[in-house]
Write a protein that binds this ligand. Structure first.
Ligand code: 5RP
Length: 250
């Protein structure tokens, strides 16, 4: 699977947006059809691929009279659930989920993930940890051999705002690479997450690190709330392919 992707990646810049959108939709529809049944509590991830997952859920509620409750992982996910008239729940009401469907920024050959490109990592990790299965949906550009091969924006780390400078210094002294405070697109200030926190993006990291150990080291620093490293969490990944097929990694 990995080698068949390398040719596609080398021409990534030439990939048409419409192909990527079609690939996202293929993955999302396949995952919803294979993993969601009536009576389920479903975690709704964040990002552009999840839009198609919610669209498919809404279709199935209409046509099959599927009965589901949805737990959002972000303000965006909550808005999507409301817009499609799906039943909105939360972790107070439904703390155990059957499945969580979410996107990813990169998936390695062991199903370890980088998430949080959209800044929703903390709630995504909490909701995924409450689900029996985390199912990833993505276009074909997200599949990778090693973390950092494809995704160059770094590993997101959500931090308490007052602690971002000491955390940045600690990370710079312990690891190779660069640590950048994520700024708003207009550079007027830092990105503030749904939880009121800042994000540090760790770029150009050593790709041979043990991600489980690294994640433990990072979350042991006071003020670090969550990392975008999702290690041993995903059960399967669905990739929409350029040729219109769906590939499954498990
Ligand atoms: C947001 C996320 C998203 O799931 C990730 O960025 C993938 O998004 P997209 O489906 O738009 O590629 O982790 O925090």
């Amino acid at each position: 699977l990995v080698s068949s992707f390398s040719r596609i990646f080398s021409t990534h810049s030439k990939i048409e947006m419409s192909n990527l959108e079609e690939a996202k939709k293929l993955a999302a529809y396949a995952a919803i059809d294979n993993h969601v049944q009536s009576g389920n509590v479903v975690g709704i991830g964040s990002g552009s691929t999840v839009v198609y997952a919610v669209e498919r859920l809404a279709q199935r509620v209409q046509t099959e009279k599927l009965k589901i409750s949805c737990v959002p992982t972000s303000f965006q996910a909550r808005q999507l659930i409301i817009k499609h008239n799906l039943k909105l729940s939360d972790l107070d009401i439904t703390p155990s989920l059957n499945v969580c469907i979410d996107g990813a920024d990169e998936v390695d050959s062991n199903l370890n993930l980088i998430k949080g490109g959209g800044g929703c990592l903390l709630q995504e990790k909490i909701v995924a940890s409450c689900a029996k299965q985390l199912i990833i949906i993505a276009d074909f550009t997200k599949n990778s051999c090693k973390l950092g091969d494809q995704y160059k924006k770094g590993i997101p780390i959500e931090v308490v705002p007052t602690a971002y400078v000491p955390i940045k210094r600690k990370l710079e002294s312990r690891f190779t690479g660069e640590i950048d405070l994520r700024m708003a697109i207009n550079k007027a200030g830092p990105v503030v997450t749904d939880n009121g926190n800042f994000i540090l993006d760790w770029k150009n990291f050593d790709q041979t690190l043990n991600w489980e150990n690294v994640n433990q080291q990072l979350i042991s620093i006071p003020g670090v709330l969550c990392t975008g490293l999702f290690v041993n969490m995903a059960k399967k990944a669905y990739y929409g392919m350029a040729d219109g097929l769906v590939k499954v990694q498990e």
